[in-house]
Design a protein around this ligand. Structure first.
Ligand code: ADP
Length: 341
């Protein structure tokens, strides 16, 4: 059982419905975002309008989809979900928009990946609740405008900087989700353990939280894997998760004490060894690691930057003193100079 791949991008979708928070009261953490949303939703309800369009940004697995679902439930409309790469042609998005009902919430994941023609359809839908379509009856093409009911578009992105200005400007609200603190992850894990009927000792849950990259999705996934390990280890179905079981599981999954995977550590190693600590672009790193650039940019790098193991400079990625320390690699004498250029 090696977690060689990045653990952030994998979903636990088959298990999610049973544990996904269905209301703000069940949603742990992100207090400022939740209280802002509560105000905006209340104001929209008083005005008898759907909530303004919202853009959620932040690393994967932090709760963007979950918040969108909660918004949909509070607006008492349907929740529709689509991922931007699946909207290939303008017709794809017109079809979805024309099927929307009043107060529905349309969630578009990875919204920075929309193509320009698809994006342009969204502009008039977001601004004027209209889409332009062309009907063809064999004699010629006839442009008509289709009205769509008031709805809320919720866009989610891991890269807000990649959105075009016209699209970004059409979102009335932009909220950025940040990594959770360890206590919040502990709470999320305990709630999930209760729902899944997992027995645990407190210190084991704290250890899982510590290695969860401050990310709910990662924490839930690790809990499942450690639970598997406990069951297999004790050879009984209700294996209790204690600290020694958790540590044994982490060792087997190659997840270290900071929650870094084998891939993360290899990233640091290659940066230090093959590229003399950097600066180096992601492309050469991706070639050396045989891993695609998107995985490195969206799943591997953000958390290491957050931990201060890697810095992103205008000339590329550089390993920090802390990064050298983490992989026990001797830092070059002039490393410091390169770091802060
Ligand atoms: P994103 O859309 O940002 O990738 P999701 O909303 O899909 O993330 O959340 C990933 C998983 O983590 C889901 O299983 C969800 O139930 C859980 N989760 C996310 N945020 C929270 C939270 N604040 N409290 C409890 N569970 C959460």
């Amino acid at each position: 059982m090696i977690f060689n791949e990045s653990i952030g991008d994998d979903t636990i979708s088959d298990l999610e419905p049973s544990i996904r928070p269905g209301s703000f009261s069940e949603f742990i953490g992100q207090k400022d975002i939740v209280s802002n949303l509560q105000v905006f939703i209340k104001a929209a309800q008083i005005r008898n309008e759907p909530l303004d369009h919202i853009l959620f940004s932040g690393p994967p697995g932090l709760g963007k989809t979950t918040l969108a679902r909660i918004i949909a439930a509070l607006q008492k409309g349907e929740f529709r979900q689509v991922s931007a790469p699946n909207l290939k042609r303008p017709g794809d998005v017109v079809k979805i928009l024309s099927g929307l009902g009043k107060n529905d919430t349309l969630f578009i994941d990875e919204i920075h990946r929309l193509s320009t023609p698809v994006e342009e359809v969204l502009y008039s839908a977001m601004e004027d609740n209209q889409v332009d379509i062309t009907l063809s009856d064999g004699l010629g093409a006839m442009p008509i405008q289709l009205d769509i009911p008031p709805f809320t578009l919720v866009g989610a992105t891991t890269r807000p900087g990649n959105l075009t200005a016209p699209l970004r400007d059409r979102f009335g609200i932009h909220l950025r989700l940040d990594y959770y603190n360890e206590d919040e992850i502990v709470e999320i894990l305990k709630n999930a353990a209760l729902k899944w009927g997992i027995s645990y000792e407190n210190e084991a849950i704290v250890e899982i939280a510590r290695r969860s990259r401050r990310t709910p999705r990662v924490s839930l996934k690790l809990l499942r894997r450690i639970w598997d390990y406990a069951i297999a280890h004790n050879n009984i179905q209700d294996g209790i998760i204690n600290l020694s079981i958790a540590n044994g599981g982490f060792q087997q999954m190659q997840i270290d004490n900071l929650g870094l995977t084998a891939l993360d550590n290899k990233f640091l190693q290659i940066l230090a060894e093959n590229f003399q600590g950097g600066p180096v672009g992601l492309k050469p790193l991706s070639a050396a690691l045989s891993e695609d650039v998107v995985t490195l940019e969206e799943f591997v790098e953000p958390f290491m930057i957050r931990l201060d193991l890697v810095h992103r400079t205008s000339r590329g990625r550089v390993i920090t003193q802390k990064g050298y320390g983490h992989i026990n690699f001797p830092a070059p004498i002039h490393g410091q100079r390169m770091l802060y250029e």
